[in-house]
Design a protein. Structure first.
Length: 342
């Protein structure tokens, strides 16, 4: 039992299950799933679908944080990716053509990849601090997205594009399968190859890794490129969900939620050891919190405060130091109880 409690994923999973139980007690329909026309519907299904953009961004953020970095530009990259894709579709005479949609998606993701490469160049080659290097694109990226869309919200009507965020496959949202594929690919690359170990070594001590023959520069560069790529796909899915490119709202604050999901999953911001499974749990925890906020009818202006309070509680519960203090306090009280009984 002690081994289970000490496992790094025990407390993140316990926090997520607690949220699910609380929601179920408050509204029993939370865990109910209905079938309509062969498609599954319910609060849990909505969480699986709505969590996909955050899941993609958080996976990229996990790899970046593992290298002792940070990427604040993922929200802006999402805005640029969606703006590029929707502008191509809007300007096309055949917006319902699968070929047009694939070209638009490819262009949007390619631009996002290039922006991620640019971040990696500033951090790994030029040597700019990650928070400064990505802050530049965080501020400039939305301006670029506005230039692409001409300063307006670009809307389209394309069924193939709509399918990515709103379509169903085998009864489940297609976006969920995108999320599963992304998790599987990242986990396979980072945990079944030497790249994961090298990434951790770079995050623990970049200079020692370089002296040991590890190409730290290339690994850091690749981490930011992967973050940009995944943010590009997230931007495509976000724009597909609303069928519009909104440069100001796309990916707003998602970089903060992604960092929060990574931390809730047990990954340290100091770099080194990271957990893909923990990030997945962290994302579902945040999306469950969002669902709870909507159900409680918390005003949008107060919602961030409510989320912050709950997150602080969850983080405190997961804190090894706090649990250690509680354990020592409980141990110190035991002899007093024994003497009183005598």
């Amino acid at each position: 039992m002690k081994k289970i409690v000490k496992h790094r994923l025990f407390w993140p999973i316990a926090a997520l299950l607690t949220l699910i139980v609380v929601n179920t007690v408050a509204r029993p329909t939370f865990i109910s799933v209905t079938v309509q026309n062969g498609q599954l519907y319910g609060a849990l299904i909505d969480i699986l679908r709505n969590s996909t953009p955050l899941m993609l961004v958080a996976l990229g953020m996990t790899v970046v944080i593992a290298t002792r970095g940070i990427d604040l530009s993922v929200g802006a990259i999402m805005a640029v990716s969606g703006a590029v894709a929707l502008t191509i579709i809007a300007d096309s005479p055949t917006p319902d053509s699968l070929g047009t949609v694939l070209v638009a998606i490819g262009a949007g993701v390619l631009v996002a990849l290039l922006l991620g490469v640019w971040n990696g160049f500033l951090v790994a080659v030029v040597g700019i601090q990650p928070i400064i290097a990505t802050l530049v694109l965080m501020l400039a990226g939305r301006g670029v997205a506005l230039l692409i869309t001409g300063g307006f919200i670009t809307t389209i009507n394309s069924e193939p594009y709509r399918f990515m965020a709103q379509g169903y496959v085998l009864g489940l949202p297609f976006a969920f399968f995108v999320s599963v594929a992304a998790v599987a690919i990242v986990a396979l690359i980072e945990r079944r190859t030497a790249l994961g170990v090298l990434t951790e070594s770079v995050g623990i001590n970049p200079e020692a890794s370089r002296l040991a023959g590890v190409r730290a520069r290339g690994i850091i560069w690749g981490a930011y490129a992967a973050s940009g790529l995944l943010a590009g796909f997230a931007g495509i899915l976000y724009s597909s969900n609303i069928m519009a490119a909104d440069a100001n709202a796309a990916g707003l604050y998602i970089e903060l939620y992604a960092i929060l999901a990574v931390v809730l999953g047990g990954t340290s911001l100091m770099g080194g050891k990271f957990s893909v499974a923990g990030t997945v749990i962290g994302v579902f925890t945040i999306e469950t919190l969002r669902s709870t906020i909507l159900f409680l009818g918390v005003p949008s202006a107060v919602a961030p405060l409510f989320l912050a309070i709950v997150v602080v509680i969850v983080v405190l519960v997961q804190s090894p130091r706090l649990r250690g203090h509680i354990a020592r306090l409980a141990q110190s009280l035991r002899p007093q109880k024994t003497e009183t009984a005598r």
